[in-house]
Design a protein around this ligand. Structure first.
Ligand SMILES: Nc1ncnc2c1ncn2[C@@H]1O[C@H](COP(=O)(O)OP(=O)(O)OP(=O)(O)O)[C@@H](O)[C@H]1O
Length: 243
């Protein structure tokens, strides 16, 4: 179980300081699929980065299964079982797709076993398995390879930052299926940042982040209709923050 207690994140710039996250409280139980949504610039990626250890909060506490991980680095959190797939996937010069899947799974794997992960994300495995994870891959290909490595890692908590970004419409249908399968197979929690109704539609819990605050959180069937029926852009302004 992951718990965020009063997490705030402030940055200083030329025009003074800015609070990107304000007093975030969140409880993420085990085996839960949570979708985080909200307008651009609301703080969703920053929230995910706090959990993964890419950014450190200015104040507050993050607990993983009761252990305080607030000041742990990203590598240590990864070892504790938090996996993070970036909005802009990272390139690994000199490392092949096969290497990356083998590293992710953490034990030896045959080529055909590794290929299964690529097939799951809709890539023709034989065309990609021996390719280097470098700039020669398109954004969408990198994104799918990153999702395949997350599947291989099968972490207790997998975080995906806008997995749909850069994925074409046809592949998007499959991507929704990938996450549905993941939800059934994975013994762990999934946190997805998404703007897509079809992704929100497969989540157990939907969380809405606006202006650095959680303005709404609850079961999908409760929150999604409110979001979709709201006339406001981002669908968020009318919600009251949950105390
Ligand atoms: N290190 C930083 N320094 C200054 N501003 C930052 C920093 N990190 C994030 N921000 C700002 O904080 C706000 C929230 O950014 P964030 O990327 O978390 O938003 P988001 O909800 O994920 O947006 P999107 O939907 O567009 O991906 C933005 O205005 C962003 O410019």
């Amino acid at each position: 179980m992951l718990e965020l207690k009063n997490i705030s994140f402030e940055v200083s710039g030329d025009s003074g300081s800015k609070e990107i996250l304000q007093q975030i409280n969140l409880l993420l139980p085990d085996d839960c699929f949570i979708a985080v949504t909200g307008p651009n610039g609301g703080g969703k990626s920053t929230l995910a980065k706090m959990i993964a250890g890419i950014e450190q909060p200015t104040s507050g506490q993050i607990l993983l299964n009761g252990e305080d991980i607030t000041h742990m680095e990203i590598t240590e959190r990864a070892q504790k079982g938090i996996s993070f797939a970036f909005q802009q996937p990272v390139r690994f010069k000199g490392i092949t797709v096969l290497d990356l899947i083998r590293i992710s799974v953490g034990h030896d794997l045959t080529v055909s076993q590794a290929c299964e992960y690529l097939s799951e994300v809709g890539l023709c495995a034989r065309d990609y398995i021996h390719r280097e994870v470098n700039g020669s891959l398109s954004g969408g290909e990198l994104k799918r390879i990153e999702i395949a490595t997350s599947l291989a890692r099968s972490a207790p908590l997998s975080i995906f930052d806008e997995p749909e970004a850069g994925i074409d419409l046809w592949s998007f249908q499959n991507l929704v299926q990938v996450f549905e399968n993941m939800k059934c197979k994975l013994h762990g929690s999934i946190l997805i940042i998404s703007h897509q109704e079809r992704i929100l539609n497969i989540a157990d819990v939907v969380l809405v982040v606006v202006d650095g605050r959680i303005v709404r959180q609850g079961e999908r069937d409760e929150v999604l209709p409110e979001l979709l029926n709201s006339s406001d852009v981002g669908g968020c302004r009318f919600y009251q923050e949950r105390k």
